[in-house]
Design a protein around this ligand. Structure first.
Ligand code: ARG
Length: 602
């Protein structure tokens, strides 16, 4: 059995079709009035209207067909033509057993699994990550887990920013500090020594220093630009330095990502596709897609209705501007567009199996960049149209509604954010007196880390991806409300209940549905499959967050309404313990996709 929602939709759609209507009228969803129905179908009104028929009559015909299904207990027409549906206790029990025993905890694999690359994280070498990197990391990692859960073949790639001006800044700044390093020797050819000449602290200090100097002093900027050009042209000493910078940065990045339970399959970067760039440029030229402009090579990507000149007050402005891409600048240097294009080519040629889809989980403010890159890639035929998607997201804001800044006005470092979350989690745990007194220190720390993780990930993911949200650590780490820690608490409660029952020798057994609270709980469990598929289709993790939160709430209601381990009828007790185990199975699956780890006890 798929899900009840899906089976009912299939049954109702078939019923509409048999009556000569379109199948889409058969959409069935959870009823918003559980006292009257489990599910409802509202299609009869629309269908009847489209054919000039009586809606109650159409609804009656569909209801009659539905009633013939053994899993349908009743199907009744209400009001102008709603169909209220109740499903049988047996069907609910069967669903619960599926949630308990199936690998997907009641979820259903995607009907159209795809070979997908998810490009997320996007950190830059030598620049410490800041709060702005949180969203890409957490949303991207969750999409990786979600798609994989549903059967897609997913490769997660960091796409390190390691090819820009910042590399020139680092090389020149290092030269100013340590001019005797062999890497600066013009005759240096390798080898690449093990020992890096810098630490992550050096990098974090050198980049902003050089960048600030370059802003003041054009000659300093010029030196950095020259250094990048030489690096890009392949100067061995600079390439060796780049490799060192990348290694040192990646080691530090992994610490921050580990805290957030964010993982990548590939740690590739812009510099990895450098060798493809000359060939790529030739392809653009050969296809007559690039034109020379003042020594630079550019690709026009505007379409009908874009870049339309409009004259106003003697000035000409462009309506719907769509700037061209600069493939190579007049110095022969290449930038962000070109490396992204070469990366698409690299993935299509070298990844196995060949990707069918690439998702870019990057700040909404880069939307124009991706429109440009995607159009150019499609024009050149690197990938078929519609297989590149920008998964944009909003910003993390401060209380003033502007992108979050520290009190000093700077960007909050991701490492500091993680540390703050851990500290706040420890405070909340102590305040709430949540942990048993005899819990050893290392386990306490482990629980606090899991609480911090749940707080950060859930508070980010539960927002509509495209919206902004206000950063509020106090609220995020609270055990009350719609928060990650609340969900952990709920999951641990089910775990403890089951553990205690097992210790007392109470057995689980056949699931039988009778009580309203049981019915409501299974109906909630049934929604998992749809929530997962919708979250995948829309690339919107908040849909799954919503489901998991509602499931935790439904379990609370069930827990309050009926005795579970203390039920005296052994068969009923065994059934309720199994039902609780089904809830735990789905909570663990759902939270696992959200990248949240559940402690054993709390
Ligand atoms: N490093 C880039 C930045 O900091 C983000 C990279 C996003 N991914 C990509 N393929 N362009 O803005």
């Amino acid at each position: 059995m798929a899900s009840l929602t899906k089976d009912l939709t299939a049954a109702a759609s078939a019923a509409f079709e048999a009556l000569g209507f379109e199948a889409r009228w058969g959409d069935v969803r959870r009823s918003d009035k559980p006292e009257f129905a489990d599910f409802q179908c509202n299609g009869a009104m629309g269908a009847a209207k489209s054919a000039g028929k009586n809606p109650r009559e159409v609804a009656g015909d569909v209801a009659a067909t539905l009633k013939a299904y053994p899993f349908v207990l009743s199907a009744e027409v209400a009001g102008p033509g709603f169909i209220n549906i109740r499903v049988s206790d047996e069907a609910l029990a069967e669903r619960a057993i599926n949630v308990l025993t199936s690998e997907l905890a009641g979820g259903e694999p995607a009907a159209d699994p795809k070979v997908t690359v998810i490009d997320f994280g996007g950190p830059n070498v030598a620049k410490p990550m800041h709060v702005g990197h949180l969203r890409s990391a957490v949303i991207g990692d969750t999409l990786v887990r979600l798609l994989r859960f549903l059967g897609d073949h997913v490769t997660g790639d960091t796409h390190l920013g390691d090819w820009g001006l910042q590399m020139g800044h680092l090389v020149t700044e290092l030269y100013d500090e340590q001019p005797d390093l062999i890497y600066f020797d013009a005759s240096y050819e390798g080898p690449y020594p093990e020992e890096p000449p810098v630490t992550i602290e050096d990098l974090a200090r050198m980049y902003p220093a050089a960048s600030a100097k370059a802003k003041e002093d054009p000659a300093r900027l010029e030196r950095s630009q020259k250094a990048v050009a030489e690096l890009q042209a392949g100067r061995p000493g600079y390439r060796a330095l780049l490799k060192h910078f990348i290694d040192v940065s990646v080691a530090a990045l992994k610490v921050d990502y580990e805290f957030l339970n964010v993982h990548f399959d590939l740690w590739k970067g812009e510099s990895d596709v450098d060798h493809l760039i000359p060939g790529l440029i030739e392809k653009f030229k050969a296809a007559d897609l690039a034109r020379e402009d003042d020594g630079a090579w550019i690709v026009d990507i505007a379409r009908e209705g874009e870049n339309v000149p409009v004259e106003k007050d003697g000035k000409v402005n462009l309506k719907n501007p769509m700037p061209p891409i600069m493939l190579v600048n007049s110095r022969g240097g290449t930038g962000y567009h070109t490396t992204d294009l070469a990366t698409i080519e690299d993935r299509m040629e070298n990844l196995e199996p060949t990707p069918e889809l690439m998702l870019y989980v990057v700040d909404q403010r880069q939307a124009l960049h991706f429109t440009q890159v995607f159009r150019a890639a499609e024009k050149l035929g690197l990938i078929d149209e519609g297989h590149l998607e920008h998964i944009g997201f909003g910003t993390v804001n401060g209380p003033d509604g502007k992108p979050f800044k520290t009190r000093e006005g700077g960007m909050l470092r991701l490492a500091d954010l993680n540390a703050m979350a851990l500290e706040e989690a420890q405070r909340k745990i102590t305040e709430a007196g949540k942990l048993p007194d005899d819990m050893p220190e290392d386990e306490r720390l482990d629980v606090a880390k899991k609480v911090a993780l749940a707080a950060l990930r859930f508070s980010d993911l539960q927002n509509t991806r495209t919206g902004n949200y206000v950063f509020d650590l106090d609220r995020f780490t609270s055990f009350e409300g719609k928060t990650g820690p609340y969900l952990l608490y709920a999951a641990v409660r089910v775990k403890s209940l089951l553990r205690r029952a097992q210790e007392e020798g109470l057995e689980q057994g056949e699931i039988v549905i009778g009580h309203d609270a049981e019915r409501a709980l299974v109906l909630q469990l049934d929604g998992f499959a749809l929530a997962l598929l919708q979250a995948r289709e829309k690339r919107m993790p908040h849909i799954l967050c919503e489901h998991v939160y509602n499931l935790a709430q439904a379990f609370s209601a069930f827990y309050a309404a009926v005795p579970i381990a203390s039920e005296t009828d052994p068969a009923l007790r065994a059934s309720r313990l199994s039902l609780s185990a089904a809830v735990l199975n789905q909570l663990e699956a759902g939270l696992g996709i959200l990248g949240i780890k559940i402690p054993e006890r709390m």
